[in-house]
Design a protein around this ligand. Structure first.
Ligand SMILES: Cc1cn([C@H]2C[C@H](O)[C@@H](COP(=O)(O)OP(=O)(O)OP(=O)(O)O)O2)c(=O)[nH]c1=O
Length: 208
């Protein structure tokens, strides 16, 4: 029995995510095994006293386990490694997820502009066959420029903040809001690929 308790070698990777960014980043790794997308509706509510690192790792695990359960129900022949991820923005200890509406997006961006905040992404790997799990996270500091409401409102009107934690996307027009970062860029985009590649190596999946 290998260390991840599977009787068979991993033959496919399943990304438990509906995020187009995560899909692109996994594709960019050019893995030699097939990659499929199968997202599920994991509950994303968490107790208010959880630390950011714990939140993102637990939510990444929930997402991966929910997809692993679907695969198990289907009695898949292939041995799948399911990858889940979760990203949050933290400012002054306050956790920002995705904005509910444009008003919420404005209040998030008002709290981020002109100062630094942290972005946490948790990554989880679950072997569908056995439920064996690993999780880890990265944190990146992001420094946003000071901006007037008028600028923030114009950015919100582009629609880019709608589906993003903290109401901005560093990979898009949101790059113009950011002065500098300290840490992994891909962690901010939603999937720290260097961390993921280390985690995949534990399952004998090599990136190159
Ligand atoms: C801060 C920031 C977040 N984001 C995105 C990454 C995540 O997709 C999203 C945070 O929401 P998540 O709940 O982490 O992910 P998701 O709902 O988009 O996808 P899934 O749960 O199906 O995997 O915010 C960016 O794309 N750019 C950024 O600069």
């Amino acid at each position: 029995m290998s260390k991840y308790e599977s009787t068979k070698p991993i033959s496919q990777l399943v990304l438990a995510s509906s995020s187009p960014r995560r899909k692109e980043l996994v594709a960019s790794l050019g893995l030699s095994l097939p990659v499929y997308i199968l997202s599920s509706d994991a509950d994303e509510s968490v107790p208010s006293d959880w630390a950011p690192a714990h939140i993102v790792e637990q939510l990444a695990l929930r997402k991966a386990h929910a997809t692993a359960a679907i695969l198990k129900e289907r009695r898949e022949e292939n041995c799948s490694l399911v990858v889940g991820a979760d990203t949050i923005v933290v400012v002054d200890g306050r956790v920002l997820g995705k904005p509910k509406d444009h008003e919420d997006a404005l209040s998030m961006l008002q709290s981020l502009q002109g100062r630094e905040h942290e972005v946490y992404t948790g990554v989880a790997c679950v072997v569908a066959e056995t439920g064996a799990e690993t999780s880890a996270h990265r944190m990146t500091k992001v420094y946003m420029k000071p901006m007037r409401d008028e600028v923030l409102k114009r950015y919100i009107a582009t629609g880019e903040p709608d589906d993003k934690a903290g109401a901005y996307g560093i990979q898009g027009l949101g790059a113009t809001l950011v002065e500098k970062i300290d840490g992994c860029y891909f962690n901010v985009v939603g999937l720290p690929v260097s961390l993921l590649s280390d985690m995949l190596a534990q399952y004998e999946i090599q990136v190159f």
